[in-house]
Design a protein around this ligand. Structure first.
Ligand code: ADP
Ligand code: ASP
Ligand code: MG
Length: 452
């Protein structure tokens, strides 16, 4: 069995849903199809929730009306029969009736907000599976809320997902296409919750890992993982092969094509992940597996909204136990640290979740001196195969960055990652100069200007 996930743009127009069906027909294997919300819907639903929270009920009602009109028009192009259209209209009327009832609940809590946001995937999957039914394709809709679980720390529970999903799947042995929602899940309080923005990729990988699928395919609007952020850098190209480790670093450090945690379940269960372009299905895309080609420097990514904290020990030298005390505080506030650099009496760390920053710094001050934090920083992450015996990689990177102030450098913890901390105002410049130096310079020297 395979798992195919289609993102917001891939389901965002009725004709795109028609193309997905065509794509499914080109491959005979049985599939679980994970869908995102139609592009723009999650943002619109979040805005509706925010209006409701601010008690701006008229604004919420207007936004609900506008979004519903979009869906009313969508189904007119999606379905071609009276029966199909009537079914589609019933789905829309039901879901929008539910959204209106949620907005009316006062005080409006985060529980209702999450239920509203979940509507994007609930709508897209019902409408798409309704279309498969209309054209007579063998299919069934599996509600993700029946098997996708997270724990009290918001971490997905792979074993539970496996257990529940396996027994649900056993009830549909003869269905060719099993449609389900990306992104949404239930938390330990049995409430509707989600895997955070972009979470449908993570759903696909969790399902693929849980059922030990042959392959997980992530279908999106670009021909695979590029060597750099195509929204910011002029010349980028798709990478044919990546290892799980390389892809995980890129996703975690900002390559938006994948949710940061996507690779973890696939890697754990050894299921290959293929990134494909819905608009260009013949393009090879990117294969993520145990092995990859041995190109030294594979790609660059950037992670935004980073805060750096600079901590100095107030005790004398050799203060062992200092690092432990520092990290216990981050652990207490469940705040992951991304980069660390140390000297004998100081340690600098970066975090991207500054929700508990004030409490963390207050507790650190009990035994350490703190310099003023730097907010609005950016981690530039260079990913590749940097085995210990490879020389010259840091030189190339630092040569490219010679005109950009670097606040921190981290190299050597993994064989796949060299990270630099810079102010976010230099992000675009850093990505572009690194791109030219790391991917085009040697070719330019040889008089070859084509991408590797
Ligand atoms: P989907 O809605 O299908 O999940 P996303 O918008 O989340 O799609 O992700 C695809 C987008 O990610 C691309 O259109 C591209 O602009 C962006 N992106 C950022 N970095 C990269 C990268 N390194 N390689 C490919 N795409 C990237
Ligand atoms: N619809 C959700 C979002 O926009 C999940 C996803 O698209 O992956 O974040
Ligand atoms: Mg996405």
């Amino acid at each position: 069995m395979q798992v195919w996930k289609f993102g917001g743009t891939s389901v965002g127009k009725p004709e795109r849903m028609h193309s997905i069906r065509e794509l499914l027909l080109t491959d005979p294997s049985r599939k679980i199809v994970v869908l995102s919300a139609l592009s723009g819907s999650t943002n619109a639903l979040i805005a509706i929730g925010e209006a409701a929270k601010a008690n701006e009920d008229a604004s919420a009602a207007k936004q609900i009306g506008d979004l519903k009109a979009h869906y009313d028009a969508f189904i007119k192009e999606l379905y071609s029969t009276e029966a199909g259209l009537a079914k589609g209209q019933e789905i829309i009327d039901n879901e929008f009736g539910f959204i209106r009832s949620l907005v009316g609940i006062k005080p409006f809590a985060s529980k209702q907000e999450k239920e509203i946001v979940a509507e994007g995937e609930l709508l897209s999957t019902q409408l798409f599976q309704g279309y498969l039914e209309e054209v007579g394709d063998s299919s069934v809709l599996l509600p993700a809320l029946e098997f996708m679980r997270i724990d009290a720390d918001n971490e997905p529970e792979l074993e539970k997902i496996e257990e529940k999903l396996t027994s649900i799947l056993a009830q549909h042995p003869d269905k060719q296409t099993i449609v389900t929602q990306g992104f949404i899940c239930r938390n330990p309080r049995e409430e509707v919750d989600n895997l955070k923005r972009g979470g449908s990729d993570y759903t696909a990988s969790l399902i693929g890992g849980a059922i030990r699928a042959e392959e997980i395919q992530i279908w999106t609007d670009i021909d695979g993982m590029h060597n750099n952020d195509p929204r910011i850098v002029k010349r980028t190209f798709p990478i044919r092969e990546l290892t799980f480790e390389e892809a995980a670093e890129l996703a975690y450090f900002g390559a938006k094509i994948l949710h940061p945690s996507t690779i973890t379940p696939a890697k754990l269960r050894g299921v290959p992940v293929r990134l494909k372009n819905t608009m260009q299905p013949e393009a090879p895309g990117t294969l993520i597996a145990n092995q990859s080609s041995d190109r030294e420097i594979k790609a660059i990514a950037a992670k935004d909204n980073i805060t750096a904290i600079y901590i100095h020990s107030t005790r004398m030298l050799n203060a062992y136990g200092f690092l432990r005390r520092v990290f216990e505080i981050f652990e207490k506030y469940k705040t992951p640290v991304d980069m660390i650099t140390t000297s004998e009496v100081s340690v600098s760390v970066t975090i991207d979740n500054s929700e508990h920053l004030e409490s963390i710094t207050a507790e650190l001050r009990e035994f350490a001196d703190l310099e003023e934090n730097d907010s609005d920083q950016n981690i530039i992450c260079i990913v590749g195969n940097f085995s210990a015996d490879k020389e010259g990689i840091a030189l190339k990177v630092l040569d490219a960055m010679k005109n950009i102030p670097i606040r921190m450098i981290s190299y050597g913890a993994s064989e796949h990652n060299l990270s630099l901390l810079i102010h976010s105002k230099y992000k675009a410049e850093a990505l572009n100069v690194l791109n030219e130096r790391l991917f085009y310079y040697e070719d330019a020297m040889k008089g070859i200007f084509t991408a590797p």
